[in-house]
Design a protein around this ligand. Structure first.
Ligand SMILES: *[C@@H]1O[C@H](CO)[C@@H](O)[C@H](O)[C@H]1NC(C)=O
Ligand SMILES: [Ca+2]
Ligand SMILES: [Ca+2]
Length: 160
């Protein structure tokens, strides 16, 4: 790169730098709006209930008086309270073992509000995927579930 320090090249460089700054300015603003630690997929049948959190939400408006909440199926719609969030820390915990054959993806909304109830941020989509485990292989081969019920009514014992 000897002798290419022409004014034109310098100008080109300067322009490029300006363009990059302009672009990243836009991106920076949007990045600031991302207030989630992206949740890792959770495996079905694995007990995560003792983990301090499986994901965190946090607002940039942060600290004083921000209150966190969740909404969605698995929180305030049945099945209730599979996921809970600490209103102060934004830590999301799971309270049950998950069953992928029941629900394979939880689509939750994270909400951050000020003390006066105003939402501090746009709601954030939190998608939690449940990873499959081969736990529902047929045990009775071709036998239908109905047959099993007929053969063994609940509460009765056929002890020979
Ligand atoms: C969440 O969204 C995905 C994709 O839109 C969908 O396949 C899935 O069924 C949704 N989960 C629930 C519990 O509604
Ligand atoms: Ca299952
Ligand atoms: Ca499974």
């Amino acid at each position: 790169m000897n002798r290419i320090t022409s004014p034109v090249f310098a100008l080109f460089l300067l322009t490029a730098v300006v363009v990059v700054i302009a672009n990243s300015g836009d991106k920076l603003v949007r990045k600031k709006r991302e207030w989630i630690l992206p949740p890792k997929p959770l495996k079905e049948n694995v007990d995560y209930t003792r983990k301090e959190y499986i994901s965190k939400i946090r607002s940039d408006f942060e600290t004083k008086g921000i209150h966190y909440a969740l909404e969605g199926i698995g929180v305030n719609k049945p099945p209730f309270n599979v996921f809970v969030v600490d209103p102060d820390t934004g830590y999301i915990r799971v309270t049950k073992l998950l069953d992928r054959e029941e629900i394979d993806t939880y689509n939750l909304s994270g909400i951050a509000t000020f003390i006066d109830g105003r939402e501090a941020e746009k709601r954030i989509d939190i998608r939690i995927k449940v990873v499959d485990e081969n736990d529902n292989a047929p045990v009775f081969g071709d036998m239908e579930a109905g047959e099993v019920k007929e053969l063994s009514p609940p509460g009765k014992c056929f002890c020979f």
